[in-house]
Design a protein around this ligand. Sequence first.
Ligand SMILES: [Zn+2]
Length: 245
Amino acid sequence: MFYFDDFYGKKVLKSSLLADVDCFFTTRDFVLTSASRTDLEFDANGNRKFLIEKFGLKNIYTAKQTHSSNVKIIKSEKYFYDDTDALISDVNNSLLLLNFADCVPIILYSKKDNIGAVVHAGWRGTALKILKKTALKMSTELNVKLDNITALIGPSIGKCCFETDEDVFNKIVEDKSLKKYYEEKGHKYYIDLKLLNYSQLEEIGIKNIDICSYCTCCMSDIFFSYRKENGITARHSAVLRIKGI
Ligand SMILES: [Zn+2]
């Protein structure tokens, strides 16, 4: 279950599945990346500093997101990753952050191993199965048992608002007979990106999954929405801190 919580006076969204882990999705109240909204740059810079200070860290591990399926395991001395849409960490006390405005944010974490990941899956990333790829990489390269992974599928554009034409639809939905992933109205398709990502995890045996019902486009008073705000918007973030030992 998702619930709004308070991070030192700023509104964030958490899940009861990882309530005791330092991970959350930020809101408009706690902007960490201003993107195309230059008026928010000052707030974003201040908030990043605030976040780093509150966690007692030196910096944040983040990436230049490109809607790719490139997944990187971070190295402690390297804070920025080019052309990357998922970051995995087994580094104690590291803080991972990626940015979103309608795309699906996912946090993966194994408490047993203290290894986690943050994933950015828009429609391209969903079609490329970046989420499944990330979980499998945690398993094959860092020996995390898939059973031990908890997944939080955060707020993103919902089926209610993610309208596409047939060309995009054909790239995302592989099996047209599975009507639970979409609705067809006239010549338009309404696709459930969160459910498609959920299925990628189910396929590989991950069962501990929380899926957020909020649509960022319907709830653009709380989250940033690229579609609702015609591309002129900032970003909310998915944040995960790997525990320090
Ligand atoms: Zn909606």
